[in-house]
Design a protein. Structure first.
Lengths: 181, 240
């Protein structure tokens, strides 16, 4: 029936092999994958190896990425937010606007210029369509927008440097904050 | 003859050992990378509308070549296949299996929990390692039909591909063209992967210790499959 000849190992070899596979898999899971992927670190080795950083729950990262500076409620602005963009990564900060609603904004980076795409996505659209309003590399930008359609509108920033960049974004207008996405 | 590693080819032990170490290191690294779709591909899939043969083929090929679960399974399948004809038969069965579920899964919108399907794919690797040790014949005194097994596990691998593609709400219009492109890409990727795996295996088979290291290699294969299984199951438990 089977023209392929598989050498059949002795029972002893087979059992040793199965037990070693189980132990090896268990160790890799407990020491490396658990800590790095899920933050589960029963042995404490994951933390020593610095792996647990990789598995920080998303909510925690988000909290740290956005902070609202107090005492800086500069005149005329509705919301001020400080967004931390980690080195070599990008993130989005969005607002929800009805069609024809307005948003006035000014943002600046504390450091280098970064690539950004100010864009909007129609509400309920699933095709992935988006419309760019402004897309360039700069360390600050300001202006206002009248929403061409109901949906989310906001920025995608990409930090290509090796340092974290703080972006301070001030806004006013008729919108709801959706925050980091 | 089978155990003449030490006397005839002293260097081959070193070579094989270092190969295993390399393989293990690669496994650890690659497990750490999520076997999904990377951020740029994700952006493309979400923004794409209409037929895009080139990109879908590329994504399919890339998925296969960077998909260590598929590659490990393939390695297990051809480990003891020495004739080109056998390799062609088994690989075709695997291809048939995963193409069927990839198409039906996406077109009929059949979605399975990604963690569970990936866990089963992990088990397929464990199965093949166990099978290559003659485990079924030794422990159960009978050998399940290896061709049927490859076909069935092929179905699961395709279901995994389908589940990942479905996450993207691909546009319905002309969907099958994109799917076909993706599938052709998967086959190209598989062909390329097989090419390199076979070069590697044929090189290794020139040493007699291929057979004595078969135990170690298939033990590692089982371990790798169990790691994938555990990794996905923890993910499943945490996500529910």
């Amino acid at each position: 029936m089977n023209e392929v000849n598989i050498p059949v190992q002795s029972l002893k070899t087979l059992i040793i092999s199965m037990i070693s596979a189980l132990i090896l898999a268990f160790l890799i899971l407990v020491v490396f994958i658990g800590p790095a992927e899920y933050g589960i670190d029963p042995t404490g080795l994951g933390k020593k190896l610095g792996l647990t950083v990789l598995a920080k729950p998303l909510a925690e990262n988000v909290k740290r990425a956005v902070s609202c500076p107090t005492g800086e409620q500069a005149a005329g602005w509705q919301d001020i937010v400080q967004i931390t963009i980690p080195a070599r990564s990008g993130l989005e900060y969005k607002f929800y606007l009805q069609k024809n609603a307005q948003i006035t904004y000014v943002w600046s980076s504390d450091n280098e210029a970064l690539y950004f795409d100010f864009h909007g996505e129609p509400a309920g659209d699933k095709s992935g369509y988006f419309k760019s309003y402004r897309e360039t590399t700069a360390n600050a930008s300001e202006g206002d927008l009248t929403a061409p359609f109901t949906g989310t509108h906001g920025w995608y920033w990409k930090n290509d440097t090796n340092k974290t960049i703080q972006v301070t974004l001030k806004t006013k207008g008729q919108y709801k904050i959706k925050g980091l996405i | 003859m089978l155990n003449s590693c030490t006397t005839k080819y002293p260097i081959s032990i070193k070579v094989s050992a270092s190969l295993i170490v390399t393989a293990l290191t690669l496994l650890c690294i690659s497990v750490a990378l999520a076997h999904g779709v990377d951020a740029n591909t994700q952006k493309f899939l979400q923004a794409n509308q209409g037929v895009a043969i080139g990109p879908f083929m590329y994504i399919g090929a890339k998925h296969m070549l960077t998909g260590y679960d598929h590659l490990l399974f393939l390695l297990g399948v051809i480990f003891f296949l020495f004739r080109t004809r056998d390799i062609l038969i088994y690989v075709s069965l695997f291809t048939l299996g995963h193409s069927l579920t990839l198409f039906f899964g996406v077109l009929e919108n059949i979605s399975v929990n990604a963690y569970l399907i990936d866990a089963i794919i992990g088990l397929s690797v464990v199965y093949k390692g166990f099978d290559n040790l003659g485990g079924f014949q030794r422990l159960f005194a009978r050998q399940p039909n290896t061709k049927v097994a490859v076909l069935i596990f092929g179905l699961f691998h395709g279901m995994g591909l389908a589940t990942k593609l479905q996450d993207f709400d691909l546009p319905e219009h002309d969907l099958w063209k994109n799917l076909l492109a993706f599938n052709i890409g998967v086959e190209i990727g598989q062909f390329l992967a097989l090419f390199f795996i076979l070069i590697f295996l044929n090189l290794w088979r020139r040493f007699n210790c291929y057979f004595s290291f078969a135990v170690a290699t298939n033990t590692l294969l089982m371990a790798a499959g169990l790691v994938l299984f555990g990794y996905q199951m923890i993910g499943y438990v945490l996500s529910t």
